[in-house]
Every structure is written in C-alpha cells, then in structure tokens.
Design a binder for this molecule. Structure first.
Ligand code: PLP
Length: 367
C-alpha cells in the first residue's frame, strides 16, 4: 500500500509530469543568450536546437519536419487550423464532432456539430448527411482520442468520407501520441495538432502539422517566424523541451503495459463497486484513461475528497476556473444529468504504480 502522506498523481490527461530530458532541455536553452532569428553565432546556436527539436517531433509522429509549425499549445494549433483554413478560403464551413475539445468546438456553429453515438464514437452517417447538404468544401474536425473518456475515433473513415466531399480534416491529436502508437501519416488527416505537456514536455508549446501543404492564413502576423505561419519570437526553451520529450518517447513500447494496468484497474473497480459505470467501456479507448461515475456524488465533491486523501484526478468537465460544469462530452453521448455531473476521470501514465491505483480504488469505493 502507498504511504498515506505520499501524493498520487492520476491526472496525466490534464498534464503529464515533465520528463527529466525535457526539463534539462528547457533549462539548457534558458541559459543561452540568442534569438533564433539573429544571424550571429548565439542566434544560430539556438536556431540549431530548434531545428533538432523539429526533427525530433517529426520523427515522433512520422511526419516531415517541414510540415511542423510550433505554436503556444494545442489550443493555438487547433485555432490556427480552423481559422487559418476558413480565412484562406480553403473551406467554406467547419464541422466538428460534438465531443471535441472547446478549442475546436467553440469555433463551430451548433448546427454543424456532428452527433456522437452512445459509445462516444462520432456518427459517420450524420457526418455524411451534413456533408451532402453543404455547398462548398468543409473542414471536418474530429479528435484522435477524447480527453475525458479516452474514446478513440475512426479518423481514417472520417478522412475518407470527408475527402469524398472535397473537404479537409483536422485531427486534434493532443491525446494519443505517447499513450498509444501514433503515426500521423496513417490516419489520412490534412492537419494534425499536438501539445507538449501531454507527452512529458513543458506546457505552453504545441504543434500544427500541415500534411496537405495547403496554405493557411496565419492567425498571428508580425515578424514572419515559422515560415510566416506563426509570427512571434519562438518559445525556444519550450520547443527544445518538446523535442526532448518527443525524442524520449520514440519507440517506447508502453502501450501494452498501460493496457494491462487499465484492465487490472477496471477489474478492481468492478469488484470494489459492483455495477460501477465506466463510460465508453464498450469502445476502443486510450489505455490510460478511465472515466467513472458515482451517481449522487457531484464530481467536484469526489475530486475534493480524493484530493484530501492525497489523490489528484479531474472532473472530466472541469473548466479553467476550477468550477465543474456539466460535461458536454458525456451529454453528447446522451447520458443523463445524474451521470454527466458525477463523472470523474482517472488518467495515469507509465510512472504510475499499481499500488497507487489500488489506493484510488479503496478511497473512491468509500466515498
Ligand atoms: N485538445 C485536447 C483533446 C486536449 O485535451 C487539450 C488540453 O487539455 C487541448 C486540445 C489543448 O491543449 P493545450 O493545453 O496545449 O492548449
């Protein structure tokens, strides 16, 4: 058993702990003088590190480094793909699944939100019906994996369908890489977005991968950095930390370990709390994410009680103010208010020990 004064961190989908290699990369660049746009030796030194980081991130998700634009995170990468393709006239409308992250969802007219089925998977029939009614090409945004439930989406099918109607596909892949094997070239999407702090890199840095080569209208204009796709002096420490995390993750075969742990964890939950509801249980899910419901106990109360017991988890629906709203993801799956207001998300990682999950089960069962 875990000592009662040791903290247990089960909130990897919010932010994974920074990897030592990434922390070292950040610290190293912070000590360097030099703007990567300067042509003197100091500037060139930083530029060389950014180039290495771009190669490492490209290698991690199997894309050419030239397709990568570094951004301030997943939110900016999604925003750039959505607004950039609309403003460049590449598409005339934007559709998204109803369970997207708010950084996509909030750009999209409620009429253009595609249903997800009860199992959390996007409804391809609804997507096709909506695509048929449109006059011009659409940007279709479907995430690789949901941050609250871990449900994986059929991105290849979404891409095939969208391309049949001459549209473009944005796949928010912030959750996925580092948890399951991920090859951006196999999913057929035109744009893929990533975030460093979900893979053990620093927060405040991410990437937009442009695989179709279409020119987006930049959201940030100014100095023309990142091949004019994203102006502003590069976050060199962040980008180098991102590259170091990506490099550390390449070829790491821990998907199976996570999956074994998840099976064991969910079996233990089922034993401790008979008829426990695990959201998306019947769907393909990330092997590190389990969304569970304790009806009658509001999610924020569960999170607080677990916190007092030394365990960090999130209410799936927590917003930045820390308040817990009804989860739009669970609502989109047709779950009732009793469920949507009392679901929490447990997300673990490769540093998680079995006895930590065991302790979680003990505390949660007693709430
Ligand atoms: N997309 C998904 C699926 C996420 O889970 C998150 C963060 O929680 C984001 C986008 C936003 O990423 P960032 O925090 O880097 O802005």
């Amino acid at each position: 058993m875990v000592e009662s004064n040791t903290r247990i961190y089960l909130d990897y989908n919010a932010s994974a702990p920074i990897l030592p290699q990434a922390a070292q990369g950040v610290a190293h660049v912070l000590e360097m003088a030099g703007n990567p746009s300067s042509i003197h030796r100091d500037g060139r030194g930083v530029r060389a590190l950014l180039d290495e980081a771009r190669d490492a991130v490209g290698h991690f998700v199997n894309v050419p480094p030239t397709s990568i634009t570094f951004t301030s995170g997943g939110t900016e990468a999604n925003t750039t793909a959505v607004l950039g393709s609309l403003h460049a006239g590449l598409v005339s409308s934007v559709l998204c699944s109803a369970s997207e992250h708010p950084s996509v969802l909030e750009h999209v007219d409620p009429m253009n939100r595609i249903h997800v089925k009860e199992n959390g998977v996007v409804d391809l029939d609804h997507l096709e019906a909506r695509l048929k009614t449109l006059d011009g090409p659409a940007l279709v945004c479907v995430m690789f994996a949901n941050n609250e439930t871990g449900v994986l989406q059929p991105i290849q099918d979404v891409s095939e369908l969208t391309h049949k109607y001459d549209g473009l596909v944005l796949c928010d892949s912030v959750q996925g890489p580092g948890k399951v094997g991920f090859d951006a070239t196999l999913i057929g999407a035109d744009f893929v977005t990533l975030s460093a702090h979900k893979i053990g890199g620093p927060p405040g840095v991410g990437a937009l991968v442009n695989l179709c080569g279409a020119e987006l209208r930049p959201v940030l204009v100014g100095g023309g950095q990142e091949k004019k796709q994203r102006s502003g002096t590069e976050n060199s420490p962040g980008i180098v930390g991102f590259g170091a995390a990506a490099q550390a993750m390449v070829g790491e075969a821990f998907e199976e370990e996570l999956s074994d742990m998840q099976k064991r964890f969910e079996a233990a939950l089922q034993e401790a709390v008979p008829r426990v509801r695990i959201v998306g249980l019947e769907s393909n899910r990330l092997p590190n994410t389990t969304c569970i419901v304790k009806e009658g106990v509001p999610a924020d109360q569960q999170v607080i009680k677990l916190d007092l017991a030394g365990i960090s988890v999130s209410a799936g629906s927590a917003c930045s103010s820390g308040k817990v709203a009804e989860s739009h993801v669970l609502k989109a799956m047709g779950l009732n208010k009793g469920v949507t207001k009392s679901a929490i998300r447990v997300s673990f990682g490769r540093e998680t020990k079995w006895n930590e999950l065991e302790r979680f089960v003990e505390v949660w069962a007693s709430l």
